[in-house]
Ligand binder design. Structure first.
Ligand code: NDP
Length: 285
């Protein structure tokens, strides 16, 4: 039986720490604030937004939602994002993606000030992550993966880390963060040969593929740490979520494993608040 690495204790500890930081900022008459930019009203975005607002309330910081219609034109949206970016009361910006197809995503992202880019939407933000510039912010999910590993005292230095998935949102940045902490990192993707064997070699396996239950018992080994980032509709239980890892198959084999739901996903909004508070501190030295 594996040890189940739940997200809630990690998020709770983080929120307690953040509450103190917000109090310290308030004592200096500074109120940290998250700006949420949303086009349209996709249910997934609204769900995440609800979680982010709740976490802001818990730690005592504020937020403002900037909602725009699905058919907003490029010029109006550029103006709107520029205004949110220039708003001195806002320290961190979350912009939901993907944007509607008629909007130029690359141009819009570039309007977010790098110092407020708490979810790594900009090329400047990504450059900081890849250059180990600690003033930058990785996307919240890779940070949540690292926070899980730290909270549960899992050593990274010198360990074989295999990341399954190479997106700019999860796979690549989490690989950089593991490398920063001296992991020996292999990044896998859809063209990787002998994928299950490569995964089996890992001490730490991070699964971020977006394929329900793809990681089977022959991908894992005894003692392995498995961090499951996936959020997929469960093909066996309509209306429920499951991870990229087949939990029922892998849990009896590995050493430690995160569940889905109640794993990494429970930590991401706390990370969003953490990174906004750090941005606020950096903007108010
Ligand atoms: P993407 O679709 O952007 O990337 C998926 C990656 O997995 C790609 O690199 C792709 O390879 C690789 N891949 C796909 N199929 C296979 C396969 N059969 N074998 C090997 N590699 C494969 O997904 P994201 O990175 O955005 O998200 C990954 C998962 O994490 C999703 O389930 C998503 O819902 C979840 N997620 C969870 C978050 C959280 O807070 N917990 C936040 C963000 C995402 P290639 O590059 O070759 O195409």
């Amino acid at each position: 039986m594996a040890e189940i690495l739940k997200g809630k204790p990690v998020a709770d500890a983080m929120k307690a720490e953040l509450t103190k930081k917000v109090e310290a900022l308030k004592a200096r008459d500074i109120m940290p604030k998250l700006g949420i930019i949303r086009v349209g009203a996709r249910p997934d975005d609204l769900f995440y937004e609800g979680g982010a607002k709740k976490t802001c309330d818990v730690v005592g910081m504020t937020y403002e939602v900037f909602e725009y219609p699905e058919d907003i034109n490029q010029a109006d949206f550029e103006k709107a994002v520029t205004e949110v970016g220039a708003n001195d009361s806002i320290h961190g910006i979350l912009m939901f993606a993907p944007l509607p197809k008629h909007l130029d995503d690359r141009k819009i992202r570039a309007l977010i000030p790098v110092e407020k880019d708490v979810d790594c939407m900009t090329l400047g933000g990504a450059a900081k992550v890849f250059a180990d510039d600690l003033s930058g912010f990785p996307p919240c999910t890779p940070t949540a993966c690292m926070d899980m590993l730290h909270f549960y005292d899992i050593p990274i230095k010198g360990k074989r880390c295999v990341v399954l998935g190479r997106s700019l949102v999860v796979g690549k940045p989490v690989a950089m963060l593991l490398l920063r902490e001296h992991g020996t990192v292999t990044l896998c993707h859809s063209r990787t040969e002998n994928l299950n064997q490569v995964c089996q070699e890992a001490d730490i396996l991070i699964a971020a593929v977006g394929r329900a239950k793809m990681v089977k018992a022959d991908f894992v080994k005894a003692g392995q740490i498995v961090i499951d980032v996936g959020i997929n509709e469960d093909p066996d239980r309509p209306g429920k979520y499951c991870g990229d890892v087949d939990f029922a198959e892998c849990e009896p084999v590995v050493g430690k494993i995160t569940p889905v739901p109640a794993g990494v996903g429970s930590v991401t909004t706390a990370v969003l608040c953490k990174q906004t508070i750090i941005a606020c501190e950096q903007l108010n030295p």
